[in-house]
Design a protein around this ligand. Structure first.
Ligand SMILES: [Zn+2]
Length: 151
C-alpha cells in the first residue's frame, strides 16, 4: 500500500535495490538503519529505521497512530451495519454503540501493535549485543537526534 520512492546511495548516487520508503507515512520501523551500497560499499543511514535504543516517544506514538485511524474506520463501518440491521433511529444508541466499538477496536489494535513492537525490540536487543555494532548505533543516534531537533 502507498507510493514507494526508491532511494539512492549518498556517495555514488546509484539506486539501491530494495531500499525505498513511503513518503506519505514516514513511519518509524524498528530494525538495522545501516544500508550498505552494493555498488560502492558506502554505508547509508535510513533515518526511518531505528534500533530500539534510538526510539523517541514520538516514534512510538507514530507506530500506534494507524491503529487509531483503523479503529475509527472499522467502528464507523460496524456501526453502520448495526444501524441497518436493527433499524436504529435513536442517536444515543448510535453514539453508544460507536463509542463501544471504537474502544474495543482500539484496545485490540494497540494490544496487537504492542506485542509486535515487543517482538521487534527483542530482535533489536539481540543485534545490539554486538559491542561494535552498538557503539556505531550510539554514534549515529547522537547525530540523528540533532537532525530531528532541526525538523
Ligand atoms: Zn554507492
Amino acid at each position: 500500500m502507498g507510493t514507494y520512492v526508491k532511494k539512492f546511495c549518498g556517495k555514488c548516487g546509484k539506486a539501491i535495490e530494495g531500499w525505498h520508503n513511503d513518503p506519505f507515512s514516514k513511519a518509524t520501523k524498528i530494525g538495522c538503519p545501516l544500508i550498505k551500497c552494493p555498488h560502492c560499499g558506502y554505508i547509508n543511514i535510513d533515518k526511518y529505521v531505528k534500533e530500539y535504543t534510538m526510539l523517541s516517544g514520538y516514534d512510538y506514538f507514530k507506530m500506534y497512530v494507524p491503529n487509531i485511524w483503523g479503529s475509527i474506520g472499522i467502528s464507523i463501518i460496524l456501526t453502520a451495519i448495526i444501524i441497518l440491521i436493527f433499524k436504529i433511529e435513536n442517536t444515543t444508541i448510535f453514539l453508544a454503540s460507536f463509542t463501544l466499538l471504537f474502544i474495543l477496536c482500539l484496545i485490540y489494535g494497540i494490544n496487537k501493535e504492542y506485542k509486535n513492537i515487543q517482538k521487534e525490540i527483542n530482535l533489536s536487543k539481540e543485534r545490539l549485543k554486538d559491542e561494535k555494532y552498538k557503539k556505531l548505533i550510539d554514534k549515529i543516534n547522537e547525530k540523528t537526534e540533532h537532525w530531528y531537533n532541526v525538523k
